[in-house]
Design a protein around this ligand. Structure first.
Ligand SMILES: NC(=O)c1ccc[n+]([C@@H]2O[C@H](COP(=O)([O-])OP(=O)(O)OC[C@H]3O[C@@H](n4cnc5c(N)ncnc54)[C@H](OP(=O)(O)O)[C@@H]3O)[C@@H](O)[C@H]2O)c1
Length: 315
């Protein structure tokens, strides 16, 4: 089978040929028909989880995917051949991932059945970004009419977060450049803040001198980045970071709850998001679709930034 792999941490991704794996006890062989690209994919390839879990090389890149169950191992009861499934397929100790024609998943893994109305590319675009958005907005503890700043709203997680927060009745302040502003408003943003015009915290402070209720940060690379923006959040509010840059202790000193979110794509959450996407209640913009052979270039482009939605790879 064809797969895009790295042979070591920080090595260049490359297209290669690997043996198609055989499902063991409790495992499914999935013929992947689409894979979703996330910043997490290249961060892992750079060694982000080096000291957390063992990795096998060659390591197939990618987590998110959607496809068809083509074979089941002994003891599989939850899925059967012919099932359309989607979810997260990254298994670092086995060197397995989603940028591949086939992969293995455990039946108890982060997987759910796909509704008939949801196509594979859209399904592959959902797991990491939409689950994170869903759980991050949930962690923000919003009440109807409260104001939430989403810093990084123009990317994969942000676009879904805007929709979930708007649906809860929040007033959403979304960062984004002019090219994406109309789309963010369509998704439910009340105000779009062009962070290239003036610093976001200055623009929000000018418009909301009494402060805002919550902030979801998808961008910060340091604790001090988050601290600067969290000055905008009122006592009793919440700051949620997806880049592990919230400092809950310091924030607690100002009466703010700080959350460093580690998203968890449970089968139940995946099933719920598939239902929302299939019914059109969750919109996901696929920015580009590329064949597997072009995944290395797509990863390089993603590293350079400027995401305006999801990149989907077709194995
Ligand atoms: N903890 C978890 O469980 C978890 C799960 C998923 C994602 N994440 C992390 O969350 C982050 C966002 O993920 P993603 O998939 O949404 O990434 P993405 O699709 O690459 O989007 C990032 C967005 O941030 C925007 N941005 C960059 N600098 C900005 C700034 N200074 N102010 C405002 N916006 C800015 C970019 O716009 P421009 O290009 O215009 O700069 C881009 O649209 C990543 O770091 C990812 O690794 C964590």
């Amino acid at each position: 089978m064809k797969a895009v792999i790295v042979n070591d941490f920080r090595a260049e991704p490359e297209l290669t040929e690997l043996p198609t794996p055989e499902p063991g006890p409790g495992e499914l062989l999935v013929h992947l028909l689409a894979a979703g690209l996330n910043p997490f994919d290249w961060k892992v390839a750079d060694g982000a989880l080096k000291d957390v879990v063992p990795h096998s090389f060659p390591l197939v890149l990618g987590s998110d995917g959607a496809g068809l169950v083509v074979k089941t191992g002994p003891g599989v009861t939850r899925f059967r051949e012919g099932d359309r499934v989607y979810g997260q397929f990254m298994r670092l100790p086995q060197g397995q991932g989603s940028y591949s024609e086939f992969t293995l998943a455990h039946q108890d893994g982060k997987l759910a059945l796909l509704p008939d109305e949801l196509d594979y590319p859209l399904a592959a675009a959902l797991p990491t970004a939409a689950v994170t958005a869903y759980q991050a907005v949930g962690a923000a503890n919003l009440k109807d009419g409260q104001t939430l700043l989403i810093n990084g709203a123009s990317g994969g997680v942000g676009q879904s977060a805007v929709q979930f927060a708007a649906r809860l009745g929040a007033r959403v302040l979304a960062t984004g450049t002019a090219d994406v502003a109309d789309y963010l408003r369509e998704l439910g943003a009340h105000t779009v803040i062009d962070f290239t015009e003036a610093p976001t915290h200055e623009q929000v402070a000018a418009a909301y001198p009494d402060g805002i209720d919550a902030m979801l940060d998808l961008v910060a690379s340091t604790v001090s980045d988050v601290n600067a923006l969290s000055e905008l959040v009122r006592n009793g509010g919440t700051v949620v970071s997806t880049t592990h840059t919230a400092d809950p202790e310091t924030l607690a000193g100002r009466g703010i709850q700080g959350v460093n979110l580690a998203s968890d794509a449970t089968p139940e959450t995946l099933a719920e998001l598939a239902r929302l996407a299939a019914s059109g209640d969750l919109r996901v913009r696929i920015e580009q679709t590329v064949p597997l052979a072009e995944a290395p270039e797509a990863v390089a482009k993603a590293r350079a930034g400027h995401s305006r939605g999801k990149t989907v790879i077709l194995p």
